[in-house]
Design a protein around this ligand. Structure first.
Ligand code: MG
Length: 277
């Protein structure tokens, strides 16, 4: 049977993968991106249990989302200091951490791992730029040994900065997880136009909505899908136009009943837009 074009999925927590897989099922979905489970889930037996549970529920884990201890998204200066691989004081240790995530993903038979690597400097002469390129090359080479792609989450820089960076890294298994809302939240770029530049690298998509910050230097706000300024219909049409066929992964960064309701509404909206001629 031919795979469904742009199947709708959801971002889930890896804290307890079994509980999360049940959540995916209860939403009526069959694919998800999962944050990397804590190490207590890395044993052979527990990996088998995750695989078995996913198989029983007919759920595909399309990618694993890597995070690092000490990351905080409180405000832009804190993000710059703590998130991803930008801070040279943490970079080496975190690259090794990604290697272990890659090994875990390989055992779980997940083909993509992804993360926010932090704000990529616009200026190639920036002292952090070269170190970041080398870090990504090391990660990409390690992932290639495990037969994986490594995807960079968009949004903390302009699309052109990211595409130049990917060219400089120069590894075929480096791709993009495209999050259109982040481009607005970080006031970085126009998400639809950005697909003209990054389209060929897109291996995953976050369906998330948001609005730009009201004051410069602040973070914008996330909204339920369809209620922000992304222009979800234009976004889906643009994905069709560039020939993207992979999953549409709903990301709603709140919790509780409201989150479930927003995800279900997003699912309905996306299924309608995907099937629209
Ligand atoms: Mg995202």
């Amino acid at each position: 049977m031919k795979d469904k074009i742009m199947p709708v999925g959801v971002v889930i927590s890896g804290r307890d993968p079994l509980v999360s897989l049940e959540k995916v099922k209860s939403l009526g979905l069959f694919n998800c991106q999962m944050s990397i489970p804590p190490e207590e889930w890395w044993s052979k037996e527990r990996i088998e249990l995750i695989k078995k549970t996913a198989k029983e529920k007919k759920i595909k884990i399309t990618s694993l989302i890597c995070g690092f201890e000490g990351e905080s998204y409180r405000d832009i200066p804190t993000i710059k200091r703590t998130v991803g691989l930008l801070n040279p004081a943490m970079r080496g240790k975190r690259v090794l951490r990604v290697f272990s995530y890659s090994d875990f993903a390989a055992k779980l038979e997940v083909k993509v791992i992804q993360t926010h690597i932090g704000f990529i400097p616009e200026d190639r002469a920036d002292p952090d730029y070269e170190g970041l390129v080398i870090a990504l090359q090391r990660i990409a080479d390690y992932c290639r040994e495990n037969n994986q792609f490594f995807a960079l989450e968009t949004g903390q820089e302009k699309a052109l900065t990211l595409s130049k960076f990917i060219e400089d890294v120069n590894r075929l298994n480096v791709r993009v997880n495209f999050d259109p809302a982040n481009m607005l939240l970080y006031d970085a770029d126009d998400p639809i136009k950005a697909l003209n530049i990054l389209g060929r690298y897109v291996i995953g998509v976050h369906c998330k909505d948001g609005k730009r910050p009201e004051r410069k230097g602040e973070l914008g706000r996330e909204y339920p899908l369809g209620e922000g300024d992304v222009g979800i219909e234009d976004f889906i049409n643009k994905l069709k136009k560039i020939g993207y066929t992979g999953p549409l992964t709903i990301e709603r960064e709140i919790s509780g009943e409201r989150q479930m309701r927003d995800i279900l509404e997003a699912k309905e909206l996306l299924e309608r837009l995907v099937s629209k001629e």
